[in-house]
Write a protein that binds this ligand. Sequence first.
Ligand code: SAH
Length: 469
Amino acid sequence: MQTFPMFLKMSGRRVIVFGGEEEAAQKTRLMLKTEAEIVVVAESLCPELAELARAGRVIHHAPAITADGISGAVLAFCASGCPGADAAHAALAREARVLVNAVDQPDLCDAFTPAIVDRDPVVVAIGTEGTAPVLARRIKSKLETELEPNLGRFAASLGRMRGMVAHRVQKDARRAFWAWVWDVLRPLHASGAEDEALNRMTEAALAGRAPDAARAGSVSLVGAGPGGVDLITLRGLRRLQEADVILHDALSDPEILELARRDAERIDVGKICGDTKRPSAWQQDRIARLMVQHASEGKHVVRLKCGDPGLFGRAREEMDACDAAGIPVEIVPGITAAFAASAEFNAVLTERHEIDAITLASARKATGAACTSAAPTLRPGGAIAYYMGVREAAAIEAGLLQTCPADLPCQIVSRAGYADARSVTTTLSDLSGTIERDGIKSPAILFVKWPTSHGVAAATAPVARVLHA
Ligand code: SAH
């Protein structure tokens, strides 16, 4: 940034406008929005400026002015319409240590006037450091349509009520109160029902909290991605920042929690996906009960799950618990481990003419036993991404070898998304051997691919071997 945006208090400060014609009138109009004292330095004034001088809204000064005469001003607009005169005025202003804005001469400017969206006291200033005024105007038009015309009055009313709200509404209820004000009362105010919106706000502040309907809690099952803090979606990030309570898995990247509000309660439900034998593992029903309990207290609960919540994440049980308690629940999708694992090493999941279908399969049943049910579905042109497969690799391998060629290409990707992500390639008949020899640990995805060009013929050998063994 070569310039720094800042909102200056203008009350009691002096601004000099050099020039008496249209350019000067434009800058004067801008300054008239503020409480600055405006001195227009010119030989003669256009009718608009002359009228303002007569009304005492600007001071007219003859062109013969010295640096002393302008020192103490905060800003000088050089807007005479003549580049040479503007340059001379700029030099004079600089001698008096006054910041300069010269019309259409960015090189002479210390300060640029932004495009302004004015909803006083809400003011949006858009600057491009003089490079692209058209872009600034485009952004301004967009914001003009987004910010309702009476937003400023709403903000001013909030400002007046802030003290009363701080006094009446307990600290832990205040966030919900302001959320209700923005989500419910702002649209009401914007629709024109200003008095009603403000009356409701006063009533709620006196009652010490937002009305009950707005206090209903909710649960969001948020996919955190497989690891790597930047693999969460923008929607997931927003939910995380709105959350009062976060229940997180052992598998989600701890850095993601840094993105949440500082005062959000974080609960490590310490449950490595699928590992119910882990002593500290929280039982699923306990997690569900905890979620419901917090949401019933009117809190926004985020259940942060690794990868995508809808894949091997026991989301169904958690959603059923919410449904049974009448708590609104949603899924915010995440990047599943197979997608991240594939992208991590620039592999692709499907490939024209080679792989046209991919199965996402769990290598383990709910009972903890190996699950090989996906094996018979693997055909030429297909691939399987196995989750939770590290310990079950031997069973997967044996299952697939019954119908697939022994030399099918396999890729094992562990800790996708993290700095120590690792990829090893091998063949089907050496899948479990590779995992053992290379010491590959969970979490990892096991990809088994049967490209079309690999051919079917090769499959007959191992099939025959298995069948005749
Ligand atoms: N809901 C998750 C899957 C949970 S099951 C998702 O959509 O990704 C847990 C399994 O996911 C692990 O056993 C492993 O197979 C896989 N997994 C999770 N994180 C991973 C990572 N960073 N790298 C590779 N595999 C991962």
